[in-house]
Design a protein around this ligand. Structure first.
Ligand SMILES: CC(=O)SCCNC(=O)CCNC(=O)[C@H](O)C(C)(C)COP(=O)(O)OP(=O)(O)OC[C@H]1O[C@@H](n2cnc3c(N)ncnc32)[C@H](O)[C@@H]1OP(=O)(O)O
Ligand SMILES: O=CC(=O)O
Ligand SMILES: [Mg+2]
Length: 696
């Protein structure tokens, strides 16, 4: 550790900041560390107090439920929450006022991709996923029934893809007097002629609902050769923005991990990130795509962004990091370090020290997760003020995306938005964490419904509705995003196409997707729905009642059979083990884990929070016994071992669960679940991963 302005900073972090981050920024190392030390000294006590407040509130809620067993008296419960300060007064009517927000967030409705920041190969892919091949996305997934026949291009499937693509164009950008399938490749006469905006060589560029569609003409291409208009592909503007995630999709437990994440973010902000890897037996190097060149119909050249607008999701207020120790010897809050370092790195984009630019409007975009209520949002706001002062940035250069994913934030959403009203770039419903917090907050109220049934309960409908309605009432439309959550079945693209259109229909101008392919397919939805018109309609609605939001999803006399209980338990246990084993043993923070029906599910720390809290809740209320849980964990460990048999780096758990740190971590997440702060999984995951890294 190096002593810097009273802080003890891990060597690799100190070296990274001084040798790679600060050069080019006109910030002197001494000033940086004293600025950082000053921010820690000002914000650490407040951060700690707010964490203590979380615990104090939770223990009072626990006690109330013990004294007021279900059925819950809704009025008494609400009075209790008000007296507790859990519910705060609504602010007077106001409108948010962020300045210099890029159009990708304020004006364009389209998909938002999320990508783990520790994986440079995926990160580059994500940044480049601004544009995606619709033909590839359809051909290679279940969006089209069946699978490609092996042995080269499957013409029959190709024909289905082409047909799908033409029908999409007919719906999104119809021709005046014919179907796109009859088009001969001459200048397309669109029903709305102004939608035809330019050319790239022979390709045609169309703009609809703020999104571009490029019709690729290449008669020499195998697909274009068989097409009477020579169409080789339809390329869609897809991942309009991308969240580079330092939080729930990564396993970052020490200075080494943090520096890897920060250095990838630096590569993105400077535009020089590159990664070389083997794919299909060949070495390939991936870099960031340049912007795209077009010629307008008036003959004037113009460019369009070649890359997704990039945001960094910092960690929340809870965790501390061994990368920096405070003068009192304690670890520093990781969220404060993230704010300082990711914003400093963002200055490379503002100063254009590299070749490519991210924010054309000169903003730095940081997403803040897992905040509980307005005081915690105010902490973030003041912290970002302090970071701006330290870096000499104009006030509100750093924008914030507020994840509405904790119950105290949903219940006080207008006040939360008010706390960051001049820097807000989005609110969104992180329904996965939010479900975890729903269970944890009401842990002592009774046994929860099964996980699947939870989606049909009043609280979640009210949560989704209120997020849009309150966002609109606070004036977010046209200024910031109102977003929806993740599609967590990365291989189920047909289902996604059928269901996720519900997000733009709900008035959301973005929704999360797990992969570039999903981004391209989800982009088609924003051609079907005019989101801003939907927002105008929804702005007239009455806001869904808080009482629905506060209705706890308790089991109500459903007569679960032993088989149903077992199935629920097995499903949760398998998901936990399948995810935790890769996190703890291999440092993989986001995985596709097959569920009991062999559907690959995206698992991250938020889905783990739900599964572990759910079993903890059933244990607490005697729906399952500790012995049953232990027995199921061992049985599921065998299953997970079998699922990973092809991975040479995998360490089996079932033969000797007592010796497997991964198995022990999974078990602790359940058996110590009621005691974990807000039901979060990161304290235990970090502790076990650190043991593995230490050679344990
Ligand atoms: C509740 C929440 O907080 S949700 C937010 C956190 N979740 C996420 O960030 C999800 C991000 N997604 C992922 O990490 C991955 O898609 C997973 C883990 C779900 C699946 O990963 P895999 O099993 O490796 O995916 P799969 O084999 O289907 O595809 C891999 C290919 O897709 C690409 N890919 C997959 N996901 C992404 C992504 N999010 N961004 C960019 N590229 C991606 C990879 O680059 C790779 O392509 P390449 O070989 O050309 O590099
Ligand atoms: O972060 C997203 C969530 O659903 O949780
Ligand atoms: Mg979350």
């Amino acid at each position: 550790m190096r002593e810097l302005a009273g802080l003890k900073v891990a060597e690799e972090l100190a070296d990274f900041i001084e040798a790679q981050v600060l050069p080019g920024l006109d910030i002197d190392a001494g000033a940086f560390w004293s600025g950082a030390a000053d921010i820690f000294s000002r914000f650490v006590p407040r951060n700690r107090d707010l964490l203590q407040k979380r615990e104090a509130i939770q223990s009072k809620i626990d006690a109330w439920h013990r004294e007021n067993p279900a059925p819950i008296d809704a009025d008494a419960y609400r009075t209790f929450l008000t007296d507790l300060g859990y519910l705060v007064p609504e602010p007077d009517a106001f409108s948010v006022n962020p300045q210099n927000v890029d159009p990708e967030l304020a004006q364009i409705a389209g998909p938002q991709l999320v990508v783990p920041v520790l994986n440079a190969r995926f990160l580059l892919n994500a940044a480049n996923a601004r544009w995606g091949s619709l033909y590839d996305a359809l051909y290679g997934t279940d969006a089209i029934p069946g699978t490609p026949k092996p042995g080269g291009y499957d013409e029959e499937r190709g024909a289905m893809v082409i047909d799908w693509g033409r029908q999409f164009l007919d719906r999104a950008v119809p021709l005046e007097d014919q179907l796109w399938s009859n088009w001969d490749g001459s200048e397309p006469k669109l029903k709305a002629p102004a939608q035809l905006v330019g050319r790239n060589g022979k390709n045609w560029l169309i703009r609809h609902n703020g999104l571009h569609v490029e019709i690729v003409i290449d008669p020499d291409h195998p697909v274009g050769a068989g097409d009477k208009a020579g169409v080789a592909d339809i390329v869609l503007e897809s991942a309009i923005s991308t969240i580079c995630d330092f939080e729930d999709s990564v396993a970052a437990v020490d200075a080494q991990d943090k520096v890897l994440g920060y250095s990838n973010w630096l590569g993105l902000m400077k535009g020089d990130l590159r990664e070389t890897f083997m794919k299909g037996g060949e070495e390939m190097t991936r870099t960031l795509n340049p912007d795209r060149e077009y010629v307008g119909l008036d003959g004037e050249s113009f460019t369009l962004p070649g890359r997704s607008l990039l945001l960094a999701r910092n960690v929340g207020h809870l965790m501390t990091t061994p990368a920096v120790h405070l003068p009192d010897g304690n670890e520093a809050p990781e969220g404060i370090l993230d704010a300082i370092v990711t914003a400093t790195i963002g200055c490379h984009d503002l100063k254009r020290t590299g070749t490519l630019s991210n924010s054309r409007e000169g903003s730095i975009y940081l997403v803040k997760p897992k905040m509980h209520g307005p005081e915690e949002c105010a902490l973030t706001n003041d912290l970002f003020d302090a970071v701006e002062d330290m870096l000499g940035l104009a006030r509100h250069t750093i924008k914030v995306g507020v994840m509405d994913e904790e119950r105290r934030t949903s219940a006080n959403l207008a006040a939360c938005i008010h706390a960051v009203r001049d820097r807000i770039m989005f609110i969104n419903t992180g329904f996965l964490d939010r479900t975890g917090d729903e269970i944890h907050t009401a842990m002592r109220a009774g046994a929860m419904k099964r996980k699947g049934a939870m989606k049909e309960t009043p609280w979640i409908a009210a949560y989704e509705d209120r997020n849009v309605q309150i966002g609109l009432a606070c004036g977010l439309s046209g200024k910031a995003q109102i977003g929806k959550g993740m599609w967590a079945m990365p291989d189920r693209m047909a289902d996604m196409l059928a269901e996720k259109i519900g997000h733009p229909r709900s008035g959301a101008n973005t929704a999360w997707v797990p992969s570039p392919t999903a981004a391209t397919l989800h982009a088609t939805h924003y051609h079907m729905v005019d989101v801003f018109a939907r927002q105008d309609e929804r702005a007239k609605e009455t806001i869904a009642p808080l009482s629905d939001l506060l209705t706890i999803p308790l089991h109500r006399g459903e007569n679960w059979s032993p088989d149903e209980i077992r199935a629920e338990l097995e499903n949760n246990a398998q998901g936990i083990l399948g995810y935790v084993v890769r996190w703890v043993d291999q440092g993989v923070g986001c995985s596709k884990v097959p569920n009991i029906d062999d559907v690959g599910l995206m698992e991250d720390r938020a889905t783990l929070r739900i599964s572990s809290q759910h079993i903890a809740n059933w244990l607490e209320h005697g729906v399952v016994s500790p012995e049953e849980v232990d027995e199921v964990l061992v049985a599921m460990a065998q299953k997970v071992d079998a699922q990973n048999a092809g991975d040479p780096a995998y360490r089996p758990m079932a033969d000797n669960p007592d010796q497997s740190l991964a198995f022990q971590a999974a078990r602790a997440l359940i058996f110590e679940g009621t005691e974990q702060p807000s039901g979060y999984t990161e304290p235990l995951l970090h502790a076990y991963r650190q043991k593995v890294k230490a050679g344990g």
